[in-house]
Design a protein around this ligand. Structure first.
Ligand code: SPD
Length: 303
């Protein structure tokens, strides 16, 4: 009797680093007009979505990424009502935003319908809010770049109102997500954000992709009054340590101070996010300060 296949799927993160996941089977594999989309079933991490071979979410740790992209900003903006999500086709970010009852409208703009449908079918917990007729969620299949430009015109013509919070839940800066790391995109986002609003962006890894992170923070720094970097741990991303950026023109906002009572009394059974995690996430290592300290708020560099 021959042994069953020992199947591994690898993300080749850089020329010098790859991560491999022992895999039971491939559940979905399709080349969309934008990228290669795969869902695999792993031994340890549950089902996993990969875009162009890069891990986007796994069932085992998606809660960390999605809690950390949504809740820090939402607890800093208790009066937020209108949220825009660019990307986030798996639905996890929208799921977390919609846990806040004060949020009336979520616009989610995803370029790749193949990702949305693959997640609806294979990652139903992550994609649970991507149902037809969700009264608070409007899902638009469109390029986020074009959406932001069109929205800018509508706001200028008073046909639409600005967003309180914008979440850029992008994949890595290659393929369809590359323009989401450009200055022009953030200039457009700035004009569709209300004064005092917040933009959170997927900000890559300080250790594996320092150039991409630095470039994003440099752009944000040139467009916004205050820029912060905050960290979280995601086991299935290369190096484990990953970051989001926070950009705002509200100079009074201090993101590291948080209403701990509001988080505790929300009683939502977070699995990662706590008041202490919120505060600690904004602490930067000396390595990060040396790399990007000139682009982030002075409170993050110990000044
Ligand atoms: N290398 C992974 C970068 C993060 C990708 N975004 C994940 C989307 C989750 N909604």
């Amino acid at each position: 009797m021959s042994e069953p296949l020992d199947l591994w799927v690898s993300e080749k993160s850089t020329e010098h680093l790859q991560m491999s996941f022992r895999t039971k089977r491939v559940l979905f594999s399709e080349k969309s007009p934008f990228q290669q989309v795969d869902v695999i079933e792993t031994e340890r991490w549950g089902k996993m979505l990969l875009n162009d071979g890069m891990v986007m979410v796994s069932e085992a740790d998606e809660f960390i990424y999605h809690e950390m992209i949504a809740h820090p900003a939402l607890f800093l903006l208790p009066n937020a009502k209108k949220v825009l999500i660019i990307g986030g086709g798996d639905g996890g970010t929208a799921r977390e935003v919609l846990r806040h009852p004060e949020i009336e409208t979520v616009h989610m703009v995803e370029i790749d319908e193949v990702v949305v449908n693959a997640c609806r079918e294979h990652l139903p917990v992550t994609a649970q809010c991507l149902v037809e007729n969700n009264p608070r969620l409007s899902l638009v299949i469109e390029d986020g770049i074009q959406f932001a430009k069109a929205q800018k015109q509508k706001i200028e013509q008073k046909e639409a109102t600005a967003y309180d919070l914008i979440l850029v839940d992008s994949s890595d800066p290659v393929g369809p997500a590359a323009p989401l790391f450009n200055a022009e995109f953030y200039q457009d986002l700035k004009s569709i954000l209300r004064p005092g609003g917040i933009i959170i962006s997927q900000a890559e890894s300080s250790y594996v992709y320092p150039e991409a992170q630095e470039s994003l923070l440099k752009i944000l720094n040139s467009e916004f009054e205050s820029v912060y970097l905050y960290n979280f741990v995601n086991m299935t991303y290369p190096s484990g340590l990953w970051s989001f950026s926070l950009a705002t023109n509200d100079t009074d906002l201090n993101p590291a101070t948080i209403d701990a009572e509001a988080i505790k009394t929300s009683n939502w059974n977070f699995r990662y996010y706590t008041p202490a995690v919120h505060r600690a996430a904004f602490a930067l290592s000396q390595y990060q300060i040396d790399r990007v300290g000139r682009y982030v708020h002075r409170s993050q560099i110990g000044a």
